[in-house]
Design a protein around this ligand. Structure first.
Ligand code: SF4
Length: 480
């Protein structure tokens, strides 16, 4: 059976995903399937990014320009969908497309376009697991008229999954039985022939290739009101295997992709004897490890000592330094815990450690003045870390939004409300779209229309403008 594999967009340029190595190997090994990789979505992202690169933001201040340029670069994939989605089906040379979807709203226009062109589309990936109950309705709202040719496949593919039968039957399917130990037999990816070119095109991280791996998917905290990861199935990908097999797979994949950096994508990394053994072996080979961690864990000295021993980069979703905002999104800690976590690290670490810290802008605050206080706390921490040779810091600021991975549950209609499209004062991602409009920059309407304009109010009921409207050039500089 002849099929084509296509991957969803959304910061695609960069490393192949862990899941796509497994999917590629599973498809390549089945002799009943003749699979070709269709690179059109990847090319579209390249086209979209290069167009947004040339956007002139006028005279809005150096730091503001640099921050907006960063966001524009991330928007490349969504921009390319608006401009190029309609031509994607022209590149398909057979009747059936396997579409690996991992980015929600970025996947829907392409899937819709492929179906409307009369193709059979078999969709798998996290997007299906998260949206499967209402995915057909969502696709219809994106203009999809030929839903009868769609097959949704949820769950995880491994080397024992009978993909041929799933594709042939054409009925929705949930993969229940897995042998996760086979994950660690997969090293190649359909994207491999294009890797070196794509790495050069990655503006944010040229040449900084990190091999992505996952040991398990589960966040022990799982309470943050904006996060949809707790909806994903709790799974262990290291069941029935040995740390040595996992480490050997990672080492040979690192050799294959010519990198010495590994990014472990466990949602909120916990150490146990299994992954410590894997880390020991990787450390001996000089492979640098980055993990997602959190303030809760870094308040524990035993945990910090292990970070110092094994880890060279930490991803931290701090989100805010403001106690009111932190409570609002149920992060479960206060600024005191943030300070303690960084004191623990600064008092313990004797090796180089890089931080990648994410922040959510436009969260509800007690008073308007709290917005500035929040960024002053950020400035203080940022300076302290950057002045210390052991540490480097990259900040990832995001504007609050509804949809995608952000759940609606954090709207309380008191401190955060949906606004009208015509409201003068709005906050969140929608504010960024509006700013682009004000600057006469063409952006995909579909995304602006699907972003929810929000308004936030302080505890006295006064409206509070977006952080983007309240921050000075000096404080915006801290976000870069
Ligand atoms: S944001 Fe992070 S800590 Fe919070 S529930 Fe999601 S994965 Fe867990």
């Amino acid at each position: 059976m002849k099929v084509e594999l296509m991957r969803g967009l959304g910061n695609f340029i960069g490393p192949p995903h862990f899941g796509s190595r497994i999917l590629s190997t599973a498809l390549m090994k089945d002799e009943r399937l003749d699979v070709h990789f269709n690179i059109e979505t990847v090319l579209n992202e390249v086209r979209g990014r290069s167009q947004l690169d040339s956007v002139d933001l006028g005279n809005i201040g150096n730091n503001r320009t640099a921050l907006y340029k960063r966001w524009l670069d991330q928007l490349g994939s969504s921009f390319s969908l608006q401009k190029y989605t309609k031509i994607i089906p022209q590149s398909v040379k057979c009747d059936t497309i396997l579409y690996s979807a991992n980015n929600g709203m970025f996947d829907f226009p392409t899937i819709s376009s492929l179906l409307n062109a009369g193709l059979k589309v078999v969709v798998g990936g996290p997007t299906v697991t998260i949206h499967k109950r209402n995915m057909r309705n969502v696709l219809a709202s994106y203009g999809c008229k030929q839903l009868y040719n769609l097959t949704l496949v949820s769950g995880y593919v491994d080397l024992t999954t009978d993909l041929y039968s799933i594709i042939k039957n054409g009925r929705d399917f949930h993969i229940e039985d897995n042998d996760f130990s086979t994950f660690w037999d997969c090293e190649n990816d359909f994207i491999d022939p294009y890797i070196s070119v794509l790495m050069k095109l990655d503006h944010n991280n040229p040449g900084r290739y990190n091999l992505p791996v996952v040991f398990d998917s589960h966040c022990w905290w799982g309470k943050c009101t904006f996060c949809s990861y707790p909806h994903l199935n709790k799974s262990s990908f290291v069941l029935n295997t040995t740390p040595e097999k996992v480490a050997n797979n990672i080492i040979s994949s690192c050799e294959h992709y010519k990198t010495k950096k590994v990014h472990v994508h466990n949602d909120y990394f916990k150490f146990d004897s299994f992954n410590e053994t894997v880390f020991e072996i990787l450390n001996e080979c000089g492979i640098k490890i980055k993990i997602y961690s959190g303030i809760h864990m870094l308040n524990n000295m035993k945990y910090v000592n292990k970070v110092n021993k094994y880890v060279r980069e930490l991803f931290l979703g701090i989100e805010s330094f403001d106690n009111f905002s932190l409570k609002y999104i149920r992060k479960g800690y206060t600024k005191i815990a943030i300070d303690k976590a960084f004191n623990n690290i600064m008092n313990t670490c004797n090796k180089k450690l890089d931080f990648n810290i994410s922040l959510i802008m436009d969260l509800p605050v007690k008073y308007k003045s709290s917005v500035i206080e929040n960024y002053k706390s950020l400035k203080e921490l940022n300076r302290k870390l950057r002045n210390d040779k052991r540490f480097s810091v990259v900040l990832t600021p995001k504007l609050i939004e509804i949809g995608g991975h952000m759940r609606q549950t954090f709207i309380d209609n008191k401190h955060l409300k949906e606004a009208n499209l015509s409201s003068e004062i709005v906050c969140g991602k929608y504010r960024f779209w509006k700013i682009l409009d004000e600057l006469n920059i063409q952006t995909p309407d579909i995304y602006k229309l699907r972003s929810t304009p929000l308004q936030r109010f302080d505890i006295d009921g006064n409206i509070v403008e977006s952080d983007l409207d309240l921050l000075s050039e000096d404080l915006i500089k801290e976000l870069l």
